[in-house]
Design a protein around this ligand. Structure first.
Ligand SMILES: [Zn+2]
Length: 93
């Protein structure tokens, strides 16, 4: 029986999800990736052949120069603690 490594639950559901593959400083989002998800904690498990396919897509795009289906622009920021609103108002004045 399959057991979740994180919570010990044995109930899973089939899903397709968006997978974020990261290699060096490069990212590749892959949509509609099949996985099984723990019904309790939500941990996702992917078959080795699925991960190999994603790695191959990554190579074709980043090394082979194959155009991706879609190119995204993604905002990125350093984490900042929220400023109290009156501090922002004082700075603006
Ligand atoms: Zn779990």
């Amino acid at each position: 029986m399959k057991v979740c490594h994180f919570c010990g639950n044995t109930e899973f559901k089939q899903r397709t999800v968006q997978y974020l593959y990261r290699h060096d400083n490069n990212l590749l989002f892959v949509n509609n990736v099949p996985c099984v998800e723990c019904a309790y904690c939500g941990e996702q498990y992917f078959e080795a052949k699925v991960l190999k396919q994603i790695e191959q897509d990554y190579q074709e795009i980043y090394v082979g120069g194959k155009p991706a289906a879609v190119e995204l622009r993604v905002p990125c920021e350093d984490f900042a603690f929220a400023q109290p609103l009156n501090a922002l108002a004082a700075r603006a004045a």
